[in-house]
Design a binder for this molecule. Structure first.
Ligand code: URA
Length: 212
């Protein structure tokens, strides 16, 4: 698995305000969207393109366009929804699938409660978006789902990751034999005993949408 930490002053600046407990939900949502657009720029570095001919007002030239089949963006519900707008801003022609996963706060076990995905993902570039890579259990389960649909090229975009989660996801990607690229805004220190990233930003879903 390739891990890319998008280290940039604007990313660190936005992350600082996302982390700050005084930041309210509307501001948090706006900042998360802006941050994802910056991360999406890194995550789409290898997006597949093909040449095509155009004419400028002066002369013919060759440009590029996104290749078919269209990339698929898959937010992991609920918190991944807060990253969708930022991704589709850079990849407006992508298709969007949904995967609903929840973790039991006691056992940290993850289960899937909803999915709406294409019948096959073989040959498609898949972008999985989930703000917090904590234990990694959610992403591992997502990868298993996507592998069963034939996924063979996955890029995951997270705002913050814990070292423990990265190692768990790396091992799963190796075992599943799927080439995975991980793009993150920051790698934090560790997980606490409740599975929260330290220092992190708290519960991303709650901070985006409130405690429901
Ligand atoms: N999920 C979150 O939203 N925050 C964490 O710190 C860990 C998991």
């Amino acid at each position: 698995m390739r891990v890319h930490v998008a280290d940039h002053p604007l990313i660190n600046h936005k992350l600082t305000y996302l982390r700050d407990e005084r930041t309210d939900s509307p501001t948090f949502r706006r900042l998360a969207e802006e941050l994802v657009t910056l991360l999406a720029y890194e995550a789409t570095r290898e997006v597949r393109v093909e040449p095509f001919e155009i004419r400028t007002p002066v002369a013919p030239t060759t440009g590029i366009k996104l290749s078919k089949p269209k990339p698929v963006i898959i937010p992991i519900l609920r918190a991944g929804l807060g990253m969708l707008e930022g991704m589709t801003r850079l990849l407006p022609s992508a298709e969007v699938g949904f995967l609903g996963m929840v973790r039991d706060e006691e056992t940290l076990e993850v289960s899937a409660y909803a999915n709406r995905l294409p019948d096959t993902l073989t040959g498609r570039q898949v972008f999985v978006i989930d703000p917090m890579l904590a234990t990694g259990h959610t992403l591992v389960m997502a990868f298993e789902f996507l592998r069963d649909l034939g996924a063979d090229d996955i890029t995951t975009v997270c705002l913050i990751a814990a070292p423990e989660g990265i190692e768990t996801v790396r091992a799963a990607a190796d075992q599943l034999g799927i080439p995975v690229t991980l793009v993150v805004g920051a790698i934090d220190e560790r997980l606490d005993e409740r599975g929260y990233i330290v220092p992190g930003l708290g519960d991303a879903g709650d901070r985006l949408y409130g405690v429901v």
